[in-house]
Design a protein around this ligand. Structure first.
Ligand code: SAM
Ligand code: SF4
Length: 459
């Protein structure tokens, strides 16, 4: 979402004459877009600000002026602290106020050095109603925010405090933006939201009709030229029947789903306020795989949540072993200021968290490597997104989100091509254009995928 927000900030700044610079050196303004989800991410902001200060000093020494703005969730949570600790910062703005950047810049230009401008409101107006149309193409694979914020209040998470209450953009606004993205060259759109499957958008300005994510996906899939759709991040509680059926019915919806479970222990899930059990998750996965047998699953895990015992952790390992993930993200629990879990007394020692994380990641890495190995010998449709590191190589994504390195000529960049997978590595695949269909083999976006649900051998 920060990638999307950064692109939209660039759109807001374009009418003022700003355009993206290749490096911070000599830039007129630097916008640092920040993440507050874990302590490490938040702490990085201050070290990064120290580094950026040098560019500002150098520009001033040359008689120029450079503005530094801090945006995003660290700005939202720690705005005043940023201005206190880093007086080189001119502007601090939250994730819901970046449509007001022009006013903030004008104020900062007039302000005395060191007098920072702060706007971390949750304004009554939606920023989406005030953003200009996209100034630059996002390329063949684009992001589109359809939902923001969260009302779920998991006890470990800062999102409800930094991004604010749950909000869904109206259907018409989403469809219009998707059509513009496709007109600008997007073949794939990833719908974004902190809880994207909680989407409940107003169908029309006057009407009371509300659309869920499944219906929105079916509508977007009808856009001429749009070949692939994805969405992230979803919550198990919001995986409704309509959305599950949509996975089986819409060929443009890629067979890959990021569905965070966090833990396999019901005791921990309850303490996290996730409001689902491990078996609820298993049942949802089963239904999804029935609807879309080749679905590849990804998830998020937190280890060392306060009070997590060895037995709880073993339940997480059991859920992973039984479910089989094509890839996953796993984190040590990071206490976040103001969240209930941070105040719990039964914090797990760092060394225990580190040991559990290593064990979980070993298992997840094995599953990912096995999934990638299963792809060898198959032909898959790949959207070629960027040049590879080696000449004559392009990099794209399989339907299952695997990075695929392909020997292919540059003119195929931004196309969906059939690729024969020759090698499976821990984090990626390698292949060549499928046979003599090569240059002309542009398919509708869904190629032959690994057969059946992915399960660890022997289960
Ligand atoms: N809304 C999604 C859900 O409910 O699953 C997750 C969105 S959250 C922005 C992304 C991931 O960050 C979470 O799934 C969780 O695994 C991780 N995360 C959030 N807070 C964390 C914390 N305090 N410590 C460690 N990981 C955390
Ligand atoms: Fe955070 Fe997701 Fe829980 Fe919302 S549902 S509080 S975004 S982890």
């Amino acid at each position: 979402m920060n990638v999307y927000d950064s692109a939209r900030m660039a759109d807001v700044l374009a009418p003022l004459g700003y355009e993206p610079a290749g490096s911070p050196e000599g830039a007129d303004m630097i916008v640092l877009n920040t993440c507050h989800i874990r302590e490490k991410a938040a702490e990085k902001v201050f070290s990064e600000l120290g580094r950026l200060k040098q560019f500002k000093i150098a520009k001033e020494a040359d008689g120029g002026r450079m503005l530094i703005a801090v945006a995003g969730c660290v700005a939202q949570a720690e705005g005043r602290e940023i201005l206190r600790r880093a007086p080189q910062v001119d502007v601090v703005l939250g994730p819901q106020t970046y449509h007001r950047l022009p006013e903030m810049i004008a104020k900062a230009m007039r302000a005395a050095p060191g007098a920072g401008v702060l706007d971390t409101d949750f304004p009554p107006e939606s920023k989406f109603d005030h953003l200009p149309e996209e100034a630059a193409s996002q390329g063949p694979a684009a992001f589109l925010s359809v939902q923001e914020g969260c009302d779920k209040f998991c006890t470990f998470c800062v999102v409800p405090y930094t991004r604010g209450a749950e909000f869904s953009r109206p259907v018409g606004q989403v469809v219009a933006e998707a059509e513009r993205l496709v007109a600008d060259g997007a073949l794939e759109i990833t719908l974004l939201g902190q809880n994207v499957n909680a989407y409940h958008g107003q169908a029309s300005v006057e009407g009371a009709e509300i659309w869920g994510l499944g219906r929105l996906i079916r509508r977007l899939a009808g856009i001429d030229g749009l070949k692939r759709l994805r969405y992230t991040t979803s919550h198990p509680r919001d995986m409704d029947d309509d959305l599950i059926e949509t996975h089986g019915a819409v060929k443009e919806l890629m067979p890959y789903l990021h569905l965070p479970v966090q833990s396999g222990s019901d005791r921990v899930l309850e303490a996290m306020n996730r409001r689902h059990t491990a078996d609820d998750y298993r049942r949802i996965v089963e239904r999804l795989r029935r609807a879309r047998p080749d679905l590849a699953l990804s998830s998020d895990f937190i280890v060392g949540f306060p009070g997590e015992t060895d037995r709880d952790f073993a339940e997480t390992l059991r859920l992973v072993t039984e479910t089989g993930f094509a890839q996953a993200y796993s984190f040590k629990y990071s206490p976040r200021p103001g969240t209930p879990a941070a105040m719990a007394e039964c914090q797990v020692p760092e060394a225990v968290k580190a040991g559990r994380l290593a064990m979980l990641q070993t298992l997840l890495n094995e599953q990912q490597a096995a999934f990638n190995q299963m792809s060898v010998g198959k032909t898959m449709s790949v959207l070629l997104e960027r040049p590879g590191r080696r000449s004559g190589q392009l990099v794209g994504r399989s339907p299952h989100m695997q990075a695929v390195h392909v020997s292919a000529p540059e003119h195929l960049l931004g196309r969906v091509v059939d690729v024969e997978i020759e090698a499976g590595h821990p984090n990626s695949l390698a292949g060549c254009l499928a046979g003599d269909r090569a240059a002309g083999a542009i398919d509708p976006g869904v190629g032959a995928a690994p057969d059946g649900p992915f399960r660890q051998a022997g289960l």
